[in-house]
Design a protein. Structure first.
Length: 69
């Protein structure tokens, strides 16, 4: 499952979480979105923001949700 989200310059809660692709079912999708929405990121260093030319960082993350058997 592939996802993207934004980390604001000030850190804290991420925003605009999106699932790009998910081969599994709804449960895996909900688990990934919950994990992203619970993330609290640190502030982005000023030298990184200067190179980004914007006040947020776009992250892409992949998740693998394993079924318990």
């Amino acid at each position: 499952m592939a996802t993207t989200f934004e980390i604001p310059a000030t850190g804290a809660k991420v925003r605009h979480a999106k699932v790009i692709s998910h081969p599994g079912g709804r449960v895996g999708l909900l688990i990934a979105l919950q994990a992203i929405n619970q993330l609290r990121a640190p502030p982005i260093p000023p030298e990184v923001l200067t190179k980004l030319h914007r006040d947020y960082f776009v992250a892409e993350e992949s998740f693998t949700v394993l079924e318990h058997r």
